[in-house]
Design a protein around this ligand. Sequence first.
Ligand code: SF4
Length: 315
Amino acid sequence: MQQQELSSKIKQLKKEKNAIILGHYYQRAEIQDLSDYIGDSLALAQQAAQATADIIVFCGVHFMAETAKILNPSRKVLIPDMQASCSLAESCDAEELAKFKSQHPDHIVISYINCSAAVKAQSDIICTSGNAEKIVASLPAEQKIIFAPDRNLGSVINKLTGRNMLLWDGTCYVHNDMQASMVQQLKQLYPEAKVIAHPECNPELLNEADFIGSTKAMLNYVKQNTCSQYIVATESGIIHQMQKENPNKQFITFADLRNCACDDCKYMKLNTLEKLYNCLETESSEIIMSPQMIESARKPIEKMLEISKKLGIIR
Ligand code: SF4
């Protein structure tokens, strides 16, 4: 089936089945264009919680679809490819985290949303890259914290808040493998360009950045900034929205330097238009979770939403 035919069949199925499509900024452009809502983890979690459609098709990775199910358990939550995992989520095993917690009984656990439901269930508060700094800063200074699973984001937050959180040793392979030397080469080719980077990048790369922020914060920065060129250190899918919102600006990626797909997340890109169509037609693969797991994983997410509302990060 051609892309256009697939797209119109997906739209038709969506209507017939009263479904909505939530799409992450790292999805393929054609999936972003078909999504009812495009966003980062926090925005999509909020959309999932409010959804009244019978079916939520989550075009992202597995932990995100799980989060949608946790927040709206009465809905059928589908994911186009059940294998769409995440190196960061995989780097933190719930049993190992439980063991680590027992060695530090005076610490609470703040987990980045990029983790499994089982790890969420072991956590006190969930955060995203967009709200992590404010959430950590809102806690009493004497509160001891374990931060999981992203050590790069954790160390950025330690620096920004002056904390000394214990960091789980996990990384996102896409962001962690981006090298500072590549930024330096790109800077030589584009000396006027601003470097914008996601906090999941390694500390050496972040030292080269003019701006560090979540995907949403990067989009806002580019919109408000007057510079016409940007070196973008994050997953390539974001370029689609950046270019749409800023048609006269130029976005340079690591893949441009190497002529490769090194900034594509292999998990995010598992979802294709064809799989999205099959997923809607057959209503699979469905996210199934036990009510106990939903209940335990929901509490720290609700805590995040509650703190975010209190701090005015979301309404
Ligand atoms: S980009 Fe990184 S953090 Fe995001 S889904 Fe892929 S591996 Fe996980």
